[in-house]
Design a protein around this ligand. Sequence first.
Ligand code: ADP
Ligand code: MG
Length: 345
Amino acid sequence: MKRLALILLSLTLVACSGDDSPQRIHQQIYVFGTLVDITIDGAERERAEAAISAIDADFQRMHREWHAWKPGPLSAANQAIAAGKSAVIPDSLIPIIEHSRGLETRSEGLFNPAIGGLLQLWGFQADTPPNGPPPSPESIARWVDSGPSMAQVHLDGNAISSSNPAVQLDFGAFAKGYAVDLAIERLQEMGIANAIVNAGGDLRAIGRAAGQRPWRVGVRHPQGKGVLAAIEVSGDEAVFTSGNYERYREHEGVRYMHILDPRSGMPVQGVTTVTVLHENGALADAAATALVVAGVEGWPHIAKRLGLKAAMLVDEEGIVHLTPAMHERLSFEGEPPTLDIVELD
Ligand code: ADP
Ligand code: MG
């Protein structure tokens, strides 16, 4: 079904060309459970189309190879680790594992892609998380005590194993950013200078719109009501938002969000969204998740540890906590929210 949607969308290639503006090629790809928009300005049509189909093929392969719980090489590796065995993984997973290891350390363990077992316990490794009572406090405590970490993941060439059978890899907080970076790399290799790859509001841009103006992008509204603010992006920059409102489970009126705090094993509370601006999409994606976990008190410290300059956290009351560098970049749409500007040092 998803494949069919992709093929149909692939046929809806739109190109618009004004008298004074260079050609724009725009196409949507369905992957990672979302629509990815690719916009390329001022490139020859053939070159742009070739780049988009290369990215499409890359994305579909990544989706297969990086899925944490649907049948595939990563879920097979997770099964092997749980059984105390080793497994062979595709090349594409090796840099993800290495890169995320460092980000786990720098985020003081708040971003932890070895968290798959806890996600499964909470029912988040499913297309639709089940409603019903949360897992038992004992089972959550058992997971926390088992202390899974990327530091316990051992790679020998393409063979993966772990000293801790509780390690279960899930790159849901990071894969989109990593994939967007690879797409931008692919575009640059193919000589494309002005483009934007937008995966459901999480994006990275290079160059300028029509080769002239900054790209103007929207930051999603925390209550899912369109756009909270606009940001102008030019050069090479990523904008990632971690939402704690889209995926959740509910029981007796309580919502349990899909971003989990590895320290307590519990869903994060008190934070609605975090947005991070950074030149690297993978880092921006992981950082947005880590800052959600860090919460209203802890986010500036983790932002500093991750080397961020521009970050924003919207709390449950709708108060927008943000760094001066982020403040400079935003123009709020509609009624301006209450702002809390936080210096990182
Ligand atoms: P969004 O889906 O809103 O863009 P994220 O980038 O934050 O949000 O990714 C959320 C996903 O990350 C969850 O669905 C889950 O797969 C995974 N996850 C949840 N908590 C953590 C955590 N503390 N560390 C790493 N991954 C996490
Ligand atoms: Mg993320």
